[in-house]
Design a protein around this ligand. Structure first.
Ligand code: ATP
Ligand code: MG
Length: 645
């Protein structure tokens, strides 16, 4: 990966209409308090705030602390009150092809009904509600109804096991689970409610905090759906029957809006707590500027699942607080076939498309003919999130999906940060493929060594966030010590947030996120990043995806072990392996040549599409697998082990 690669400036046409401008950086740096206050005023406050940041109890921040607002009113009612009730909020597309459009007016009615029912069953502000649902509108309605009542929601991927659900219900002491009877998986209904029954147990084993399970009818696949009388109710008999008139109350800016468990890529998941006012400010600010959102014109699509933070911030709170029209799609990108996303873009005139690098690499594997068969001219801006994007994938995305016309925003952030932190500003930044470019206006980041010294361009170190920001996590649920230890102890003296990622500025000042600090490999004393070796492998035309880890090695300290998925038409043989190793030697250095390259059919990934390198390391070093609760498909290890045997 050469950092002097071609740079992609925005077109004059894009610049002329962009929401963001270069002057924001300076303004935010000169007076961050005023800058964030201005962003917060994009929201409607029932009681305006008079203080911006209280950082006296570091690392427990308070933002806009004496202000009060209702998050759901900001996401729904205020648009209706402004005469936009007929605007479509959500174009929903079900996996089997059924569709449903919800206007802001309809969304308000639905959220109000759910809020009335939740109140009727005795839920009160501060109670926790678990949401275990596929991507159906009721999932979003439930999140907003919780926000409306000051209930703290915790969304659990509907792909997770009953054990993972139970662990989260217990940790959060949730009173209610909202779920569906079943969910579609590649055209077939699969049970979901039964996983809830298994999770919640019965008798002595029953989840102690649970009072109700609310079930949305989605697949209708089982006429004898098991039912616990007194605990289980149908959404259609309860929420649907409730009044659509609901008076919302305002809550403190610091009221906990949700807790969400991290992906578990580096260890066991952590229950991250987010606030109301600060979080929504960050969501709205970044949505407006990074996605250059134009109200009433854009059709936005974030392809994430609401089970991870990207779905929270860029399907629910960012777009809806901005009055956006967006796509919500229930299924996978290849049901019924690989054209699905492109059909949706074409049909709804999607302007802004936000996805994960793993999907772009999958599209590359499927071939450019697939996007090429569609009119994608409505697109004007593309984005990525979740992992570093390989420069090769970036260029493919730019050319074959963006038609060489759309800026790409590579957004670095975490569950903990609440919203985008590092990203180019479209219309301002000239992008280097593979780089997240730098901190957004108002955000401050440094790359430092162990002692906290800032490193010069070209040297890799730890990524730290050295100033608080509104969307920052307020803690780990029930575990203030783990909160301090994980994020604030490494640079305690300086009071910096330790992100856990390695990074480097290149000679032009563009910031490259190089992967997890724990994943940085040490080969004969050379520090080599997993992301760079992976990008070199992916640059080989036969390679679709690559995951690289450093495995203990007697002679070199660590040896580089690669796991590679080939393009559909590639022929695995020794020559190809030699070519791949050579590609790494040429692109990076002979030191970075993998000791071992395994051709595998699949890689272990989280539901959010991240490669779980720590599990590959367990395999390479012959250990038992660590926490696999957030893995999509544990059976991938059979194929990987078979390949290595
Ligand atoms: P856990 O903290 O439990 O290990 P996780 O870190 O995978 O899980 P998330 O909060 O979903 O959980 O992921 C955040 C991480 O994803 C970041 O720390 C970073 O490593 C990676 N990431 C996200 N976006 C980008 C990006 N644009 N470029 C590079 N890395 C990214
Ligand atoms: Mg993390």
């Amino acid at each position: 990966m050469s950092t002097t690669d071609q740079v992609y400036p925005p077109s004059a046409e894009f610049v002329a209409q962009a929401n963001a401008n270069a002057e924001m950086y300076q303004r935010a740096a000169d007076d961050p308090t005023e800058f964030w206050a201005e962003q917060a005023r994009r929201l409607d406050w029932a009681t305006p705030f008079s203080t911006v940041l209280d950082w006296s109890d570091t690392p427990f921040a308070k933002w806009f602390a004496d202000g009060k607002l209702n998050v759901a009113v900001n996401c729904v009612d205020r648009h209706v009150d402004a005469g936009k009730g007929d605007r479509v909020a959500i174009h929903w597309v079900g996996e089997p092809g059924d569709t449903r459009d919800l206007t802001y007016g309809q969304l308000k009615d639905e959220v109000s009904k759910a809020a009335n029912y939740f109140t009727a069953i005795g839920l009160q502000a501060g109670d926790r509600v678990a949401i275990y649902m596929p991507m159906v509108p009721e999932a979003i309605i439930t999140m907003l109804a919780c926000a409306r009542l000051g209930l703290t929601h915790t969304v659990v991927f509907a792909g997770f096991s009953s054990a993972a659900l139970r662990a989260r219900v217990d940790d959060a002491a949730a009173k209610v689970v909202v779920t569906t009877d079943g969910q579609y998986r590649r055209g077939q209904p699969a049970p979901l409610k039964s996983a809830v029954d298994e999770a919640l147990g019965s008798g002595d084993d029953a989840a102690p905090s649970i009072e109700k399970v609310i079930v949305v009818r989605r697949t209708n696949h089982d006429p004898d759906l098991p039912w616990v009388h007194g605990r289980d109710v149908w959404w259609e008999d309860t929420v649907e029957e409730s009044s659509f008139v609901h008076e919302a109350e305002a809550f403190d800016a610091e009221h906990p809006l949700f807790l969400l468990y991290t992906s578990g890529t580096t260890g066991s998941p952590k229950g991250i707590v987010h606030s109301s006012g600060g979080y929504l400010t960050q969501a709205n600010y970044t949505f407006h500027n990074v996605f250059d959102h134009k109200e009433g014109r854009d059709v936005f699509w974030c392809t994430a699942d609401i089970g991870w933070v990207t779905g929270h911030t860029y399907i629910v709170y960012g777009p809806l607080s901005a009055g956006a029209t967006e796509i919500v799609y229930e299924g996978t990108p290849n049901s019924p076939d690989e054209h699905r996303h492109f059909n949706i873009i074409e049909k709804y005139g999607v302007t802004t498309y936000y996805t994960a690098p793993t999907l772009i690499r999958t599209f590359m594997k499927w071939g450019k003919e697939i996007p090429g068969a569609h009119d994608l001219s409505s697109l004007r801006l593309l984005g990525t999130v979740g992992e570093p994007i390989n420069p090769e994938a970036w260029r493919w995305y730019y050319e074959f999906i963006g038609g060489n016309r759309c800026p790409i925003v590579d957004t670095w952030w975490q569950t903990e940060t609440g919203g985008h932190m590092l990203a180019p500003l479209p219309g301002v930044t000239a992008c280097t493929p593979g780089s997240a470019m730098g901190p957004l206006p108002g955000i401050s980041a440094k790359i430092v060594d162990d002692a906290g010294n800032e490193l010069p361009r070209g040297e890799q170190g730890y990524l730290v966030l050295d100033k608080p920001w509104p969307g920052m996590l307020r803690g780990i649920w029930g575990d203030p010590q783990r909160f301090k230890d994980t994020y604030w102890s490494r640079f305690a003296e300086q009071g910096w947030y330790f992100a856990g990622d390695g990074a480097r500025y290149d000679e032009n000042g563009a910031l490259w996120v190089l992967g997890r600090v724990d994943d940085v490999m040490n080969v004969s004393g050379h520090r080599i990043s997993t992301a760079e070796v992976e990008s070199a492998l992916v640059a080989h035309p036969a390679v679709a995806e690559a995951a690289v880890i450093g495995a203990a090695d007697e002679t070199t300290g660590q040896g580089i072990v690669a796991f590679v998925i080939l393009m559909e038409d590639a022929e695995p043989n020794d020559d190809l392996i030699a070519e791949m190793r050579n590609q790494v030697a040429v692109d990076i250095s002979p030191i970075a040549k993998p000791r071992e390259i395994n051709i595998v059919p699949e890689l272990p990934k989280t539901r959010s599409g991240k490669i779980m390198r720590r599990l590959l390391k367990d395999v390479a070093e012959g250990r038992e697998l660590g926490d696999t609760s957030t893995l999509v498909d544990p059976s991938v290890f059979e194929a990987i082990r078979a390949q290595r045997a």
